[in-house]
Ligand binder design. Sequence first.
Ligand SMILES: [Zn+2]
Length: 590
Amino acid sequence: MATVNTYIVKKWNLDVLFPGFDSPELQAAFDNVEEQVASFEGLRDKLKPDMDAETFLEAVRASEATSRIVNRIFAFAGLLFSEDTQNQNAQTLIARAQQFAAEMQNRTLFFSLWWKELDDSNAERLMAGSGDYRYYLEEMRHFKPHTLSEAEEKIVNIKDVTGMGALIPLYDALTNRYTFKLEVDGEVKELTRAQLQPYIQGPDPNLRAKAYQELYRVFGEDGPILGQMYQARARDWHNENINLRKFSSAMAVRNLANDVPDEAVDALLEVTKKNSKIFQRYFKMKAKFIGMDKLRRYDIYAPVAKSDKAFEFDTAANMVLESFSAFDPKLGELARRVFDQDRLDSEIRKGKQGGAFCASINPEDTPFVMMNYTGRARDVATLAHELGHAIHAMLAAHHTAFTFHSSLPLAETASTFGEMMLTEKLLAEETDESVRRDILFKQMDDAFATILRQVYFALFEREAHALVMKNASVDEISAAYMENLKEQFGDSLELSDEFKWEWVSIPHIYHTPFYVYAYAFGQLLVFSLYQQFKAEGESFKPKYLKILSAGGSKAPADILGEAGIDIRSPKFWQGGFDVLSKMVDELEKL
Ligand SMILES: [Zn+2]
């Protein structure tokens, strides 16, 4: 019997959202939102402190119904853009959707403003019967101290369309069309960023250095412009959130949106800083394993085994699905839906957005996953990671469109856990000692990339935002970035000058300021959960699935509190580092 590849590298199918950029269905969606908004405006006079709970709930339901359509329009525009950042139709549609959403939001603003102003006892009365909407309604009220007048909020919305709403896609369009030249085996290749990545993390030390130098040569050439964009991002963040909305700090804005107490985030950052020595010790040890006296920054992700095993996509897909099913058959089944419904874009194309993501649109929709599959072990891990996200959303599908989406700090739980399940499977099946060693080292490399690296990005963001407000030049910000790297790595490796441009190549700090600490949060949390899993076995599973299926229907501290985790406690975070420290001890013994 011939073997058939069930899963192949291909583009996703966005037709289920809308059949096309010009389709009547898409136009109808815009019209539909407009009609619903017009009818919602009729509620304005009915909003009274003593209004009855049912009328209030009807308004919330109506607003959710409208959000669902808007979510679909935005998802379609965003996915179309990410599959080809040079697609003019996609770019136009994003701008159109933003303009439209801002106008619609302005017409319905009165509702959230009224809700935030409402006295506590009536708010409590109206929330009592609101079921799954409750957390959404509570969350809105958290923002009361930072809310402006209706007229001011309207201006912010409409100016954002042509402000950050325009600048950030411009950053994406510019950086995603970069190509990189690299001489491989005497031949100069022109590569996308995704295609350059395997050389950056590859076995050849010379190519690693050259690939990194080329990466930051290209970004550095536009460094002053990209840096200027970042300055605008940081100023805008400051002007709006600190000057107008009176947040206490640039990071506090994200913390409130994440509904995580500032003290929990501070504990995470401080404990991580204190533990940077674990990674420095790891780098010094890794140098020996790859035959160097000292690592260069280029060598952090170098494989310790010489093998550069490639995985066919079909093999990769099956490995991931099997590892999920081994934990719980339901997880494998959910992940399979992403393939079966053509929601995965794994192909490499010029102009396609780099990296990987999972987009969950509405609770009833199977999420869309984007990645650039090059066949390396790391890509298999990425597949597990993104499908983990998809599973998380699908497990929370019984919540509303406002509450199924987990907040950022918990957003990396299922994804990271998914990677751990895959690693477990790989280790269990691999008999070649050198490959096993490589897997264990990769686990530490990934821990570095998701914990230390991301926390230092967050520390850098904090500093860079402050520097911008002190009128620092792009070069001064780059210098601060180099200082950040020196503190991060200590004397554990050689750092070369071109890394001063790394920060302008990190989309997260442009897209979603202070997003990055969520990765460290997720990874450390998962270490702790995985320890529990190892200790408790089967009885752990329902507890874990409960965390995931809560989605974003409660505060992260509450969801985790129920599982016995206290995120305010430095001891909890230290626990994650103790696991890492032991992993380094184990590797030293090899
Ligand atoms: Zn993720």
